[in-house]
Design a protein around this ligand. Structure first.
Ligand SMILES: [Zn+2]
Length: 424
């Protein structure tokens, strides 16, 4: 299964990257690093740490979707109440099977719950269905010429214009923060052959409706049933992944699949068992406060106590900037919240690079045990990195950069881990 899945997924990495390239090019010329909304907050508890500024490694010009802070303008807000318009779309040559609302319920309430849990209640995701029936397109699906990696021109532009035409009398498009187009799964190829699902985000060149550009729109087609029997529980997760792009997050899987991040972020693997987002992404999305982040930017020793990422409150993320565009992050991952597949608890260490684009490996997880084969037996989870976290007594070392991150001990009461960062 896993091999098959990776093979299926490979063209998608290319497809998404190609599609996003078109979407984001439209914003690149107007993207300037803006002022950080909350860049002057207090620093985390610790010894002698520096202000957070050096840890807010910036979005890099020319990168379509960057890990940098802050996220470029044009994407949907990721905190507060978010109204999501859901349109269930079918075609004369692919009429919807079952009711449109049953298609909607393949994704809700699970998607809204997933965001509530991951964001510690900061993202209140409100899905709405002003048109509870299938929205029939005037032309056959095949006539739009949508293939994997299709850019917003011309097939998607035609489809979006037809959607607007069909829905406009009943929908005020300006009332929503993002749009989910839930296409009938029998339109186009099976996801086992070709995954068409795609998001056009941060795109100010999108078609307009009710005076607003449909700039943050996710299209979901046939989903990948991995055959493991968990499809009913986890099949919805393509939508939180696609919506992650709407909030400005890049793809973490590459042409080689989920090998750089494994199952530690839904932007890496949205298939298989449920998983959460990296702490870096939670900070980027405004779900962690600045006082939950420690910044080790100067030479010396820094000690932090990190609480599990899945729990609300407390210090969550330690960051070691290496340059204006890269650094190491450390966080505690446990099997709770959205992280149902964690098989080794501990301190996850990963490198973030804001000048590496979506789909090209902007994040790389450090494996504490490189050729173990991993600890998970879950299907479709990149097994090798599943035991990546560092445990008490273990140390991550980057000699070139003069960085050591040591796990000192675990507090069995709180599940927190004490770590020491040494930079020479
Ligand atoms: Zn994606």
């Amino acid at each position: 299964m896993q091999e098959t899945r990776r093979r299926i997924r490979r063209p998608i990495a290319l497809a998404s990257a190609a599609a996003l390239a078109i979407a984001a090019l439209a914003t690149a010329s107007t993207t300037l690093p803006g002022p950080a909304p909350a860049s002057a907050g207090p620093v985390a508890a610790g010894s002698g740490e520096a202000p957070l500024g050096p840890c807010r490694i910036a979005t890099t010009m020319g990168v379509q979707m960057s890990e940098g802070l802050p996220t470029a303008p044009g994407y949907a807000r990721s905190t507060g109440r978010i109204k999501a318009l859901n349109l269930m779309v079918d075609f004369p040559d692919a009429p919807g099977q079952g009711t449109a609302m049953s298609r909607f319920r393949e994704f809700f309430p699970q998607t809204a719950d997933w965001f509530r849990v991951s964001s510690y209640g900061r993202l209140h995701y409100t899905p709405e269905t002003p048109i509870p029936d299938w929205l029939r397109m005037p032309r056959p699906f095949s006539s739009y010429g949508l293939e994997r990696g299709s850019p917003y021109e011309p097939g998607y532009r035609g489809l979006v214009q037809d959607i607007v035409k069909a829905a406009d009398a009943r929908v005020d498009f300006s009332a929503y923060d993002l749009i989910n187009v839930l296409v009938t799964p029998n339109a186009g190829p099976s996801a086992l052959d070709t995954v068409l699902s795609v998001t056009f985000s941060g795109n100010d060149d999108a078609p307009y409706a009710d005076g607003v550009p449909l700039a943050n729109t996710s299209f979901v087609y046939s989903r990948q049933d991995d055959g493991s029997g968990s499809y009913g529980d986890t099949g919805y997760r393509v939508l939180p992944h696609e919506n992650g792009h709407v909030f400005g997050l890049p793809d973490l899987y590459t042409v080689d699949g989920g090998g750089t991040v494994g199952h530690w972020d839904i932007m890496s693997e949205d298939w298989g068992a449920n998983n959460d987002l990296l702490g870096w992404h939670k900070w980027k999305l405004g779900w962690l406060d600045n006082d939950q982040v420690g910044c080790a930017s100067r030479p010396g020793d820094f000690e932090y106590t990190l609480t599990p990422l899945a729990t609300t409150g407390g210090p969550k993320l330690a960051f070691v900037p290496l340059s204006g565009t890269s650094g190491y992050a450390a966080e505690v991952r446990t099997r709770e919240g959205n992280d149902e597949a964690v098989c080794k608890t501990g301190v996850l260490v990963y490198r973030v690079e804001t000048d590496v684009d979506t789909g090209h490996g902007p994040v790389t997880v450090a494996d504490s045990d490189r050729s173990s084969g991993g600890c998970t037996r879950r299907p479709n989870v990149h097994a090798e990195l599943s035991d990546a976290p560092f445990g008490p007594g273990e140390t991550f070392t980057d000699r070139t950069s003069g960085i050591r991150i040591s796990v000192l001990d675990e507090d069995p009461e709180t599940g927190g881990y004490r770590i020491r960062i040494t930079r020479s």
